[in-house]
Design a protein around this ligand. Structure first.
Ligand code: GLN
Length: 472
């Protein structure tokens, strides 16, 4: 495998020692991209990436681990003077006038931006097949879903088309595709990575996530892009949380909470992957506690009520008058303009979510649905806080089963969300770590999670497990 498949840590080492040049690294990604265009991971590969690399060739390598590292960005994150389509026809020709905060922060580290990545329209979906610009394929098996919604992000990292990628994660959208494609996917504590310039899906659940080839690589990116931003009211420094744990953590004596009833609902292959991680942690001296939440069987409902309700509100701005596509409304009413633009601009899954959301938010339904979902989320947050007080700041969670065949039923793709939505509903960080234990030799994952603010600790424990599991 070429240098484009190494970890950022390894690539950085070679760049620093001047054993490779930035343009060599980028050329390898370009070559891999040319050879695997059928994967449809990129909506746009930036031709000027090569020029940027050539500029950096002439400079002294910097100590920052992201210096000259090629990364790529999900196309619902704004990049100045570039298109931002959200993989939707309604924004097909929209060009962003500014950079998202995360992009500015990555640019400060002088990463090389390779392009805009494909995903499910407006980050809605779990398959990678709901993009208006064609499905993304799974490089491990083209007959299976790559997972979504951040499909291009996972595929780019898995196929050597970028060293890391940004995605978004509202209910598992970084972790599920990462797992399906055999790479690492992370969602941060809600708010620790700013969302200014990131298209909203369900703003109380939305996070910017990171995909890479090991937890340490994710941590490099996390350190660069996290932290309070005056442009985002919901953003926080991780230290602001009651449990802002140290990332230098020993597995010996580590207190780990296990949500057994969540695990019981999972496929045996997922339970097996969980057990593998459990055994390693146990052999290293971790202590476990089984925790019941009393809401395990309604997590998915809680998520879908919240996400659809908020989506119906977030997506109301794409109306033909303000952004993007506008179908000619001459002689027609404004209502007709809205209806025509939105009917042809949005795909079928997005429309379904909007309709459901409008139903949940209707005056007569609000208390029964949205308000109830909010109270369940409060219950989860309280439980998490209570666990932290008892010293349980780390959680071991089940992960995702192997990638589904592309003829799987819609019901199956919805049910794959169960283990993803947990961390978003609780507002906590979560990392999916793939193991190659599936029946068909495809990855099955487990997840590490923890109290709000414990992002770097989760990544630190993740890296230790990654190193141990790699050896075994
Ligand atoms: N699959 C989930 C959904 O469609 C999660 C999506 C996401 O995390 N963006 O809502």
């Amino acid at each position: 495998m070429g240098i484009n498949h190494l970890t950022i840590q390894e690539q950085h080492g070679l760049l620093k020692k001047k054993e490779i040049k930035p343009s060599q690294l980028v050329s390898e990604c370009v070559k891999a991209y040319e050879e695997s265009k059928d994967l449809n991971a990129y909506l746009e590969f930036f031709e000027d990436a090569k020029d940027r690399a050539a500029q950096l060739d002439g400079q002294q390598p910097q100590d920052h681990p992201l210096w000259a590292i090629p990364g790529a960005i999900k196309d619902n994150i704004a990049m100045k003077d570039r298109k931002m389509t959200c993989a939707s026809k309604i924004l097909e020709n929209f060009v962003s006038p500014y950079n998202a905060t995360v992009i500015k922060r990555l640019q400060n580290a002088e990463f090389i931006n390779l392009g805009r990545l494909n995903h499910d329209e407006f980050a809605i979906g779990a398959s990678g097949f709901y993009s208006a610009f064609g499905p993304t394929l799974n490089p491990l098996d083209r007959q299976r879903f790559p997972g979504g919604s951040s499909s291009g992000s996972a595929v780019a990292v898995a196929a050597g088309l970028a060293s890391f990628a940004l995605g978004t994660d509202t209910g598992g959208s970084c972790r599920l595709p990462a797992s399906y494609c055999g790479v690492y996917g992370f969602k941060p504590t809600y708010g620790t990575i700013p969302r200014d310039g990131v298209a909203e899906y369900a703003p109380s659940l939305d996070t910017v996530g990171i995909l890479a080839r090991c937890p340490l690589d994710i941590d490099y990116v996390y350190q660069q892009i996290s932290g309070k931003d005056i442009m985002d009211e919901s953003s926080r420094d991780p230290q602001e949380y009651f449990c802002s744990c140290d990332e230098e953590v020993s597995l010996k004596g580590l207190k780990v909470a296990v949500f057994r009833r969540l695990l019981e609902r999972c496929h045996p292959a997922v339970q097996q992957a969980f057990q593998q991680a459990y055994d390693v942690l146990k052999s290293e001296g971790a202590e476990f506690k089984d925790v019941e939440l009393d809401v395990e069987d309604i997590l998915l409902n809680t998520y879908y009520v919240t996400a659809c309700s908020e989506a119906s509100s977030s997506l109301s701005r794409y109306d033909g008058a303000r952004y993007g596509m506008c179908l000619d409304a001459q002689g027609k009413t404004i209502e007709r303009l809205y209806a025509q633009t939105r009917t042809s601009g949005f795909g079928h899954e997005v429309q379904r979510r909007i309709l459901l959301g409008n139903f949940f938010l209707a005056e007569q339904n609000y208390q029964q649905w949205y308000a109830k979902a909010l109270s369940i989320r409060q219950h989860l947050a309280d439980r998490s806080e209570q666990l932290a007080k008892e010293g349980f700041c780390t959680y071991l969670l089940p992960g995702f089963n192997e990638a589904q065949k592309i003829d799987a039923s819609e019901e199956d793709t919805y049910s794959s969300d169960l283990v993803g939505v947990f961390a978003n509903l609780m507002g906590v960080p979560a990392l999916a770590l793939p193991l190659s234990s599936g029946r068909h030799g495809l990855p099955v994952s487990f997840q590490l999670s923890g109290a709000r603010g414990s992002d770097r600790r989760v990544l630190g424990i993740g890296q230790q497990l990654y190193l141990r599991l790699k050896k075994s």
